[in-house]
Ligand binder design. Structure first.
Ligand code: NAP
Length: 277
C-alpha cells in the first residue's frame, strides 16, 4: 500500500453474511471520521491462501478471520504471536507493507475486557473458574484466565479428549471434569463461562443442572444470540452477576481496528447499538 491509498480491511469466513463485524468497524470508521473500508468476504477453504496473498497487493492492511478459517490462517501466516500459537487459532491478521502476514488471536483479550467492564468487582484470584466447552473459543478463554491469575480452571466438555488437550497445553491449573459431572462443579465456581454453542438460536439448549450456582458468582456466556441466554437468565434469578457475550465480540475487535486504522476505538453503548442493528 502506498501512503496515499485508503486502508482496506475486512472479515473472511464462510458463510459470512451473518457477521456483525462489518457493522461494528464501519461504526468506528464513521465515529472517528477515518477514511477506510471494512468488507465481508465469503472465501472457500481452497481459496484462502491465494486470497490472503493477494489482498495486501490490493491495499488491504489486514483482516479478521472467522469460521472455518481460524486454524488454517495460523498455518498460512509468516509470523504468529505467542498467544495465537498457544490457542491454536487466529482471528486477526495484520498485513505488513512487504506483504508478510502476522497472525494474532484477540479473543482472550476481548473476553477479559468484557468481564472487566461487565463485572468490575470480579477478582481473578478469588477462586476457581468453571469453563463449559473445549473448542477454539474455550482455548482463548483458558489462556486469558491463566494469564489473569485464576488459581484453578475446571474444564468440562462433551468430548473429553479436547478438554484433556487443554490441560496438556495450559498446565496444572486446569482440571478436567467429565461432561456428565458438569452440574456437580457449578457450586465451586467464582466464575462460570459457557464457551459451547449450546443455547444459541437454532442450537440445542444447555442442559447442565445449574441448581448449584452460588449468589455472587460471575456468569458469562459467549453466545450472544440471544443476548440473554437461558444460562444468563437462570444465573440472574440465582443472584449471580451476569455478563453477556456481545461485549467480547466488541472488545476483541479493538486491537485489529487500532493496528489497521491507527485509532484505538472505545467500546460504549453506541458501539453495542451499532453491532446489534
Ligand atoms: P467450536 O470450536 O466448534 O467448539 C464448539 C463447542 O461447543 C465444543 O466444546 C463442543 O463440544 C460444544 N458443543 C457443540 N454442540 C454441543 C452439544 N450438542 N452438546 C454439548 N456440547 C456441544 O466453536 P468455538 O469457536 O469454540 O465457538 C463456540 C461458541 O462461542 C460459538 O457459539 C461461538 O459463536 C461463540 N463465540 C463467541 C465469541 C464472542 O465474541 N462472543 C467469540 C468466539 C466464539 P465438542 O468438543 O464435544 O464438540
Amino acid at each position: 500500500m502506498t501512503d496515499t491509498q485508503i486502508p482496506l480491511a475486512g472479515v473472511i469466513g464462510s458463510p459470512i453474511a451473518h457477521s456483525r463485524s462489518p457493522r461494528l468497524h464501519r461504526h468506528w470508521l464513521k465515529t472517528y471520521g477515518i477514511e477506510g473500508y471494512y468488507i465481508p468476504m465469503d472465501v472457500a477453504a481452497n481459496d484462502l491462501e491465494q486470497v490472503l496473498r493477494t489482498l495486501p497487493k490490493a491495499g488491504f492492511v489486514g483482516v479478521n478471520v472467522t469460521i472455518p478459517h481460524k486454524e488454517a490462517a495460523l498455518l498460512l501466516a509468516d509470523q504468529v504471536t505467542d498467544r495465537a500459537t498457544l490457542i491454536g487459532a487466529a482471528n486477526t491478521l495484520i498485513f505488513r507493507p512487504d506483504g508478510r502476514i502476522i497472525a494474532d488471536n484477540t479473543d482472550g483479550y476481548g473476553f477479559l475486557e468484557n468481564l472487566r467492564s461487565g463485572a468490575p468487582d470480579w477478582d481473578p484470584k478469588s477462586g476457581p473458574a468453571v469453563v463449559f466447552g473445549a473448542g477454539g473459543a474455550a482455548r482463548a478463554v483458558v489462556a486469558a484466565l491463566v494469564e489473569a491469575g485464576v488459581p484453578e480452571i475446571l474444564v468440562t466438555n462433551r468430548t473429553r479428549a479436547r478438554a484433556d488437550r487443554i490441560r496438556e497445553d495450559f498446565g496444572k491449573r486446569v482440571r478436567v471434569v467429565d461432561w456428565v459431572q458438569a452440574g456437580n462443579i457449578v457450586e465451586e465456581a467464582r466464575l462460570l463461562v459457557n464457551t459451547t454453542s449450546l443455547g444459541m438460536i437454532g442450537k440445542p439448549q444447555l442442559r447442565v443442572p445449574l441448581d448449584g450456582l452460588q449468589r455472587g458468582t460471575v456468569v458469562t456466556d459467549l453466545v450472544y444470540t440471544p443476548l440473554k441466554t437461558h444460562l444468563l437468565q437462570v444465573a440472574e434469578e440465582a443472584g449471580c452477576i451476569t455478563v453477556d457475550g456481545l461485549g467480547m465480540l466488541l472488545y476483541q475487535a479493538v486491537p485489529g481496528f487500532e493496528r489497521w486504522f491507527g485509532t484505538r476505538p472505545v467500546v460504549d453503548n453506541a458501539t453495542r447499538a451499532a453491532a446489534l442493528r
